[in-house]
Design a protein. Sequence first.
Length: 466
Amino acid sequence: MPRSPRPALILALAFCLLGYEWSAALEGDSSSPLVGTAGSPSNQMSRPAAASGSYQTADLEPDTVLSRISSLLKTSAQPVDLEFFVDYFGVFQGNPVGGQSQGVAYSQYLPFGFVWREPFGWRGGGLRVSAVSGAGNNLSETIGNAFTVSQAWDGNTLFLYQAYLVQKAFDDKLEIGIGRVSASQYFATLPAFDLLVSGGLNSVPIGLELNSTFTGSASASWFAGARWLPMKETVLTAGVFQARADLGQTGPYDGLDFGLDPDDGTFGVVEIAWTPHSKEFASVQEDRQFTRGRRELNGNGVGFPGVYKLGAYVSDQPQVSYPGGWGGSPFGFYGIGQQTLWEQSPGQANTSQFSVFGGVVWSPPSGVTQMPVDGFAGTVWRGPWSARPHDHLYTSWQIGSFSEPYAQSQGQSSAGAFESVLNAGYIIQITKEFSVQPDIQYIIQPDGFGQYGNALVLGLQVTIEL
């Protein structure tokens, strides 16, 4: 298993931060002695010689260092409105019982990049570029199940992820995008998905990726599309993507193949969303943050916030074709939603809140469809304890059926062929940038055909968002 770079990354950034602030101090008052001073001359205070320098022990505590690094990344290029980011998602998991076999695995997803707003004075424009370092192992290969148990698994590779231009207009009611984009950046997402460790729902319902060339968090393709807010609480989104079956495959993918091959197809998606009483979706914006950061379903104080989406997709390039099946062009529909049922202080950001979510993806059981039906439901309780207002307690359930052509390709029958996952977890928000997340998954009928026993997966996700 490759070694994780996270300790070295944090130390390197910490030293860069110290050097940056030390240099700033020298430049700000080169005539003042560093020993025995702190801040501006009006706030100077004497110190013993042994306590020289501008840092105390508390300044090197992990939460202080992470907070300062995050602030530095966001403000270091403010004059040109350039914001850098580095995030880390590390998942440690093991399945003590069930599945094809038992084992442990570590998976890592480390995105980094920048967002440049209105470069060179381009009014309403923007440039977004990101890359990802993936490492570890896929525990689902050991278990033999379809619903990937770790959302952080994207192969052992370093790849260019997204690079695209945006243009906003009409008071942010219209956004046009063009470039290399993942479909999950614009379509089929919910705030609840961002919380989950399971790759079955984070970043999108996995049925979309199994049945088509819908790109998730592992790859991106050429794209042109727009998001429009025609009226209050209504958002229309449409996009056309380059379709290639190998874009969803991890390993050799590096994101640097910018070509358009004669065998490439097209993949189109349209979506309409209703966002009642939702403060976060009052104007056109990215559904998911450009990084893997979590969104919150905050209300406007008038009513309980919600997000509801209906979408359809079609492509002339299948992800895979199964012998004996009919049809060669994948298409399907999805309906997803999340609704707040209770808020402690309506209208206040990050107030204690309870919401439910659910949805279904349906694709006709053709020769290019692996999972015709992918359904799910769950709950999210933000701030379950008054002393922990930023923690999250979540539960989810997901089930998917398998098509007859796919079952025959595996030498099985589609009668009773399904896989289901019960999931629960708790996000402990230690600081604004750092959280740990114990998670448990119970997989019913891994692989869908009853060949393996039900599997228990115990896990812990560590998240750093800078």
